[in-house]
Design a protein around this ligand. Structure first.
Ligand code: GLC
Length: 465
């Protein structure tokens, strides 16, 4: 009988496509053949964490494949397209970004949470062939440096430490309740008929997958409306920051940004560039300070900030995003206790299969729509990693281990899904015609499973390989 571990490897293999650039082939893992048939930025960063235990070369190829399409200004799109695939919508032509493409790779005009430096640091550290790893990392580093410099210059031009995101897709948490109030405003101002027609005619995710798992029609109106505005602005980020009705300082995105700069500084030190590392260390500290101001001591939640107007507005929602500062090792003892309390509270986050993407007592909780309730392996992993970084804190370590164990269990019992029913793992078949939740044979679940099996403390890694 195939073990779950072997099946995880198989899924990554089956979801692999080849990117050929200048006569060289780069293995690239797509999220799922059921719908997501291109390369997604933060998915790939996660894939590499698992791939390194199968083949070190493959893990590096996954990241190289991401940076091959990097624009000259440093931008790395949240989707890097494969030319032969037109089934996913928006397809490559929709973005009007051809003029920026490099190596023939068309990518989207949006970004995703910057997990690249963390991923590169992990595979560099885990790689056994030190000589090759050093060579690979030296070729990757210029791209990561350019990417970070680009993010800082364009998304934090006011130098406050926090990057601005311009679309819900940039957060990776597309339909989280955090964005509701912004999207309501956009809807209230009216969506052009043309956009509604495009959504009706071209949207495919809700027929490729289960409608109950997918964002609502109104959400899609807003997603495309914003993209249309940015196309009109020629993807000029300065213009966009002046005119967009969606500008957010996201807690999740910025916690990852704080960690990303720390990882980059560590990578630079590890490769002998200590002088260069100081700048990124400073950026990380600056972001952490700014993130502290996003803690609401009354609500006991980290908040997001809507910066579309002169007067900023705080957005308070009890969602999984409030735990992401753990990933940056940010919370002090007092805040840490509040967060741990929530994670252990069965009225909020301690469900049969945690961590729900929205607290189950939040009125906006929905069992099936991915970032409004279901548990996602990707956020579980980032929170687990954060908790493990509190190395002297027994409760953090115990809760972290519980999250890792539950993540493995839900994958073992219900398969490699995109996301899971937090209450019982998989949605009952009466209310759904599909097993599990979201798209199946999902690469992030496979990669995370492999990563956890190799890294959880009380595990004999070799027995699974
Ligand atoms: C969905 C998720 C996003 C992910 C993408 C591909 O859009 O919200 O986080 O990157 O699917 O898996």
């Amino acid at each position: 009988m195939q073990t779950v571990y072997q099946n995880a490897r198989k899924i990554l293999q089956k979801n692999t496509k080849i990117r050929s650039v200048n006569g060289k082939a780069y293995r690239t893992v797509i999220p799922s053949r059921e719908y997501y048939v291109h390369q997604w930025f933060w998915d790939s960063c996660i894939h590499a964490l698992g791939l390194v235990y199968i083949s070190e070369e493959w893990a590096f190829e996954e990241l190289f494949s991401l940076v091959l399409g990097q624009w000259q200004n440093g931008h790395i799109g949240h989707i890097s397209y494969f030319p032969d695939e037109m089934t996913y919508f928006p397809d490559s032509n929709y973005w009007q970004t051809e003029q920026f493409s490099q190596n023939g790779i068309i990518s989207s005009g949006l970004i995703q949470p910057p997990l690249l430096a963390m991923s590169a640091l992990h595979i560099y550290t885990a790689a056994k062939d030190r000589q090759k790893a050093r060579l690979y990392i030296q070729s990757l580093l210029p791209h990561i440096l350019l990417f970070h410099t680009y993010l800082k210059e364009t998304r934090d031009n006011e130098n406050c430490g926090l990057l601005t995101i311009i679309h819900p897709w940039e957060s990776g948490t597309d339909n989280s309740p955090i964005w509701d109030s912004m999207l309501e405003k956009i809807l209230k101002n009216g969506i052009p008929k043309k956009i509604k027609r495009i959504v009706k005619e071209k949207r495919k995710d809700d027929t490729a997958g289960n409608k109950e798992n997918r964002p609502k029609c109104e959400d899609y109106y807003c997603y495309l409306y914003l993209i249309e505005l940015y196309k009109q602005a020629g993807w000029d980020i300065k213009k966009i920051l002046h005119t967009s009705p969606f500008l957010m300082k996201s807690i999740l995105f910025n916690a990852i940004w704080a960690e990303a700069n720390q990882s980059l500084a560590t990578l630079l030190i590890a490769t002998g560039n200590t002088t260069q590392s100081h700048l990124f260390h400073q950026w990380s500290i600056q972001t952490k300070k700014a993130l502290n101001n996003l803690w609401d001591p009354k609500k006991k939640l980290y908040t997001d900030r809507d910066v579309t107007n002169e007067t900023e507005r705080t957005v308070v929602e009890n969602t999984v995003a409030t735990f992401l500062p753990l990933f940056a090792g940010l919370p002090d003892n007092k805040i840490l206790n509040e967060l741990l309390f929530r994670l252990e509270d069965s009225k909020q986050y301690k469900t049969q299969f945690p961590i729900p993407s929205t607290a189950i007592n939040n009125p906006k909780f929905e069992l099936t729509r991915y970032w409004r309730g279901p548990s996602l392996p990707i956020t579980n992993l980032l929170i687990y990693l954060g908790l493990q970084s509190y190395t002297h804190h027994a409760r953090c370590l115990a809760i972290g281990k519980m999250i890792a164990d539950k993540t493995e269990k839900m994958i073992e019992r219900f398969g490699f899904q995109e996301h899971y029913d937090p209450l019982q793992g998989k949605i009952s078949e009466e209310s759904s015609n599909r097993i599990g939740m979201g798209f199946g044979n999902f690469s992030w679940s496979a990669a995370i499973y492999i990563y956890l099996k190799n890294s959880t403390i009380d595990n004999d890694a070799n027995s699974h390989i």
